[in-house]
Design a protein around this ligand. Structure first.
Ligand code: ZN
Length: 412
């Protein structure tokens, strides 16, 4: 990915004072003279910043401003141990709102819209980001937070919500509930903005069909503002990433080397304007690829990435084969009669890895056996693995309001 002259300028001027402002980077880059960084090539030699580095700086060691400049903190959940705290200045909060409002605009959302926000409010960045953007745009924010389906549907109807913001699993849960109750005609929903979770094409199609809305994927992570640093436009499913706020790179997660544009790898982000907690070459562990073709919407100043197809730490090795959730989703997508929900169990018995794939289906009896056989054949053909496919009735697998865990490795 070619760094633009504006981005290079923003990066070099940031690096000029970085060590002075940030004790964290003064220590991390102690052996590097940052005034030597003058080109994209120089920049690409800088070491990565990882979540573990940020965790070590707990609670406020990452701050690059005096405490009186910090107006808010957020915290990324982190699956284990110490959380990461990210401080925001007034400008950071404003910049986040500007980016989020731009996301809504790219999705064709206007001040006339009523935005129903179901992601949670609190230490994490979800709900409040959706709200900031709505207010900045001038739309009506309906700050629901997650849970209480009954009340969600009531408010959606009474307040005539036109935009649903949710995680993909919660959007699916609501879509199913709306279908079950037959209340779709009483709702005014026209668009969905789905945040921060990898999801398959099949699930996307199900939510879009059941809700009868246009869906948009929004990208972001707490360490880099939160959701709202990019979204797909009307033209395509690839997401534009705001090049005036972040510089995007894609690396091979195993070697750390940059991959050519178009090839898959891990997203690495550098913030260009952030004051509270600037990040240089931050490894997101999200897997995607740069979509090099120009977008027909014409906004080619903002490069595009494909929908997120996994986490580099979600990769599991089964029977010696590297496997990503996206590959499993792809196989499920091509299995006739299999719905989008699935759960994978990996066990180790009698010296062998056993892969059991639970999926939802309407099929029973002989039809079910045929669906399972087709899925097994697809796994064999595409990944050279023979799994145990197990079809279960639609609705049997757990749905959750937060991110749904789908792969369970029971071997260790
Ligand atoms: Zn576009």
């Amino acid at each position: 990915m070619q760094m633009s002259p504006e981005q290079l300028q923003m990066i070099t001027s940031q690096l000029a004072t970085l060590k002075e402002k940030s004790p964290f980077y003064a220590k991390k880059f102690a052996d590097i003279d940052l005034s030597d960084i003058r080109t994209q090539e120089d920049f690409e030699k800088l070491p990565f910043t990882d979540k573990a580095d940020l965790r070590e700086a707990y609670p406020l060691g990452i701050a690059a401003v005096p405490p009186e400049k910090i107006v808010r903190i957020h915290s990324s959940s982190g699956t284990t141990g110490t959380p990461v705290i990210i401080p925001y200045t007034k400008k950071d909060v404003e910049d986040w709102a500007i980016q989020f409002a731009r996301c809504y605009e790219y999705a064709g959302i206007t001040p006339q819209d009523r935005i129903h926000i179901t992601p949670g409010y609190g230490l994490w960045t979800a709900g409040i980001g959706f709200q900031l953007g709505a207010e900045r745009l001038g739309a009506m924010a309906i700050p629901m937070g997650p849970g209480n389906t009954e009340k969600q549907l009531q408010m959606m109807e009474d307040l005539e919500s036109t935009v649903l913001c949710a995680t993909s699993s919660y959007a699916l849960l609501l879509a199913e509930e709306i279908a079950k109750r037959g209340v779709r005609d009483r709702l005014k929903l026209r668009k969905g903005v789905i945040g921060s979770e990898r999801w398959g094409h099949k699930m996307r199609a199900r939510i879009a069909n059941e809700l009868g809305v246009e869906l948009y994927d929004i990208y972001g992570l707490t360490e880099v503002y939160g959701p709202g640093i990019g979204i797909n436009c009307k033209a395509d499913s690839a997401m534009h990433i705001w090049s005036d706020y972040v510089y995007l790179e894609i690396i091979n997660p195993e070697t750390g080397e940059l991959v050519p544009d178009g090839e898959s790898g891990e997203i690495v982000l550098t913030t260009l304007q952030k004051e509270g907690a600037p990040l240089i070459r931050f490894r997101t562990h999200d897997l995607s690829r740069i979509v090099p073709e120009p977008c027909s919407c014409g906004h080619n100043e903002h490069p595009r990435i494909d929908i997120i197809f996994g986490r580099s730490d979600d990769m599991v090795k089964v029977k010696g084969v590297n496997m990503f959730p996206a590959q499993i989703e792809e196989i499920i997508k091509f299995t006739d009669g299999a719905s989008s929900e699935y759960q994978v169990m990996i066990d180790h018995m009698e010296g062998k890895d056993i892969l059991t794939v639970f999926f939802e289906t309407d099929a029973i009896g002989e039809d079910l056996a045929a669906v399972e056989a087709q899925m097994a054949a697809l796994f064999k053909a595409k990944m050279n693995i023979t799994p145990n496919p197990r079809g279960v009735p639609i609705g049997d697998l757990p749905r959750s309001e937060k991110k749904t865990k789908r792969i369970f490795d029971n071997r260790y």
